[in-house]
Design a protein around this ligand. Structure first.
Ligand SMILES: *[C@@H]1O[C@H](CO)[C@@H](O)[C@H](O)[C@H]1NC(C)=O
Ligand SMILES: *[C@@H]1O[C@H](CO)[C@@H](O)[C@H](O)[C@H]1NC(C)=O
Ligand SMILES: *[C@@H]1O[C@H](CO)[C@@H](O)[C@H](O)[C@H]1NC(C)=O
Ligand SMILES: *[C@@H]1O[C@H](CO)[C@@H](O)[C@H](O)[C@H]1NC(C)=O
Length: 533
């Protein structure tokens, strides 16, 4: 489902008067392509060559992945079931460059140990199938049945005593060691096919060959703290970050609901409206608790991603893991020749997704912290890379900027912040007290609460100043999610108590903010009220 929404977002931004949930501090949907997070030493497919961790560490991580192996509940209306990657590799027939030129590598290239041998690791290439692959909504004939996945093929499903299907395909468990005991477990699921959405006269739009989706679990010193539920390119289109205690679980393991056809991962069963198309059709993900159960315990393929947060050198995967070095698309090119392409932005068939080698090292969708009554505290770390960049720029002072928001005065009664549009709220910044730059040591800053009724601290960012008092760089925003002890879900609070364990990483000289830089750090006596303009 990734590509559909990216396209929708990109092409429909103008058609949609108000893209839902697009608040100024909302995380922007990440790129669908495996771009390196900024601020890393190497994250380049051609440079990956570091030695993996010790066997002991790898074994411990495999155990951790199994400990939290998710139980995925597939929808009762699902037709397009998961598969392993090797299952799909057997069904590819040719490779197509993005410019339309096709070629047929020797058959052995379509294997987990040889896929990487495609030119430039498959860059700008699509692994492609020949049989019909644009179901509306079912496939035409037996030669396309593999698109249903092993469990969706005739007589392919195993049933439990409860009459519900059982699926046993492997998931790809990437463990990413962020240091200080923080390990992210990314469970990537794979499907031979993604059925898009039915959109009036246009039929089923956004179909694509193969689908990669994920559930990310954050562990601290071996214990799960939270999970990120992602779908539709993430960001504001997903359920986002949940505290562990707020999640449905089976024993210690998370339960996640998979959207029918498009396979996005949600924390609850039900109807999830995530976008509007041309203001006419709601785009909806349906999940329920009546379909097949995919318990991944014992089926997680453990994969090490990098050497650790300090160097963050990507491991070069070899042998049966070398398919992870493939950087192309896992499914056929999409169509752009339908008559409505210029209006709606997509045809029925869109291009297949890139592989799961994306986004590792990014912080969760939101940074979890306690609601604080009278002032905010922020503890955070700068990565070694940021520290070195900062030293070269003579950075001496760090400033936290707390982003506050409140609904417009005209907005009465109960406010659902999730559906509040940018034009329905006021957003402003409360600068914290400037603190000395401390390199990679933990920084601690305080800030006044967001002033005024119904206001809430929604995000924070960092600004770096040099010895001359010039602002040399501003980070991107990190969204905040606040809780009150003993209370489920998130609360709104004018102040936050944030202990951010995700090192800040950004390119200090590339990511300048749009506002003209101010020449002195704002005075620590800011009144914390919205600006008058
Ligand atoms: C930080 O990482 C980037 C690559 O992401 C690299 O180009 C840069 O040289 C690094 N800077 C330092 C000071 O290590
Ligand atoms: C498409 O790109 C490939 C790889 O760069 C090249 O070999 C091929 O000639 C190109 N085809 C066309 C029609 O430009
Ligand atoms: C993990 O445990 C170590 C050792 O007890 C501790 O120093 C560290 O702060 C813990 N990590 C976090 C994020 O709490
Ligand atoms: C940093 O400070 C040193 C010594 O004061 C100066 O020579 C250098 O030009 C400064 N660098 C930058 C990037 O401002």
């Amino acid at each position: 489902m990734l590509l559909l929404t990216v396209l929708l977002c990109a092409t429909l931004a103008n058609a949609l008067p108000h893209p839902p949930q697009q608040v100024p501090f909302g995380p922007s949907p990440p790129s669908p392509h495996p771009t390196p997070p900024p601020g890393f030493q190497t994250y380049d497919d051609t440079v990956a060559q570091d030695k993996p961790s010790t066997p002991e560490k790898r074994a411990a991580m495999a155990k951790l992945l199994d400990k939290y192996a998710p139980v995925f509940k597939l929808a009762s209306t699902e037709r397009y079931y998961p598969s392993s990657v090797p299952f799909m590799l057997e069904h590819y027939d040719f490779v197509e460059w993005e410019n339309g030129t096709q070629f047929e590598p020797t058959r052995d290239v379509f294997s987990s140990s040889r896929l990487d041998s495609l030119p430039h690791h498959g860059k700008r290439q699509h692994l492609s199938v020949t049989p019909p692959h644009n179901p509306q909504p079912l496939v035409d004939g037996p030669e396309s049945y593999f698109l249903y996945g092993p469990s969706g093929m005739p007589d392919g499903m195993e049933y439990g005593e409860d009459g519900r299907g059982r699926v046993h395909d492997e998931v790809y468990g990437f463990w990413v060691d962020n240091g200080r005991g923080v390990v992210d477990l990314w469970y990537w699921t794979f499907y031979p096919y993604n059925l898009g959405k039915e959109v009036g006269y246009f039929g089923w739009l956004g179909n694509h060959v193969t689908d990669w989706e994920r559930l990310r679990v954050r562990t601290v010193n071996g214990t799960a703290q939270s999970a990120d539920f992602n779908t539709h390119s993430g960001g504001a289109f997903s359920a986002g970050t949940y505290r562990w205690s707020d999640m449905e679980r089976q024993g210690e393991r998370p339960i996640a609901y998979v959207a029918s056809g498009s396979h996005g991962v949600w924390p609850t069963p039900g109807k999830h409206v995530y976008a509007q198309l041309l203001n006419l059709w709601q785009l909806v993900d349906m999940t329920d608790d009546h379909g097949a159960i995919w318990d991944t315990k014992g089926h997680v393929v453990p994969i090490e991603w990098w050497t650790g947060p300090d160097l963050a050198h990507k491991i070069k995967h070899t042998g049966k893991e070398s398919w992870l070095e493939f950087v192309g698309s896992f499914g056929n090119r999409g169509d752009s020749n339908c008559w409505w392409h210029s209006i709606v932005g997509i045809c029925q068939l869109v291009g297949g997704p890139p592989g799961p080698n994306r986004w590792f090292g990014d912080p969760p969708d939101c940074i979890i912290g306690g609601a604080a009554p009278d002032h905010s505290t922020y503890s955070f770390y700068l990565s070694r890379n940021v520290t070195e960049q900062a030293r070269a720029l003579n950075v001496s002072t760090v400033l936290v900027e707390q982003i506050c928001a409140r609904p417009e005065v005209a907005f009465d009664g109960e406010v659902d912040w999730n559906t509040l549009r940018a034009d329905q709220m006021t957003v402003w910044t409360v600068p914290g007290r400037a603190i000395p730059f401390r390199g990679t040591a933990q920084h601690h800053a305080t800030a006044d609460p967001c002033g005024g009724g119904r206001s809430a601290a929604k995000a924070y960012r960092l600004a770096l100043y040099n010895t001359a008092g010039e602002r040399v760089s501003t980070s991107s925003l990190r969204v905040l999610c606040m809780y009150e002890p003993g209370k489920r879900g998130w609360v709104l609070s004018p102040a936050a108590d944030i202990d951010d364990v995700d090192e800040w990483r950004w390119m200090l000289k590339e990511k300048q903010r749009e506002d003209p830089p101010s020449h002195t750090p704002p005075s620590p006596t800011s009144n914390g009220r919205p600006p008058e303009y």
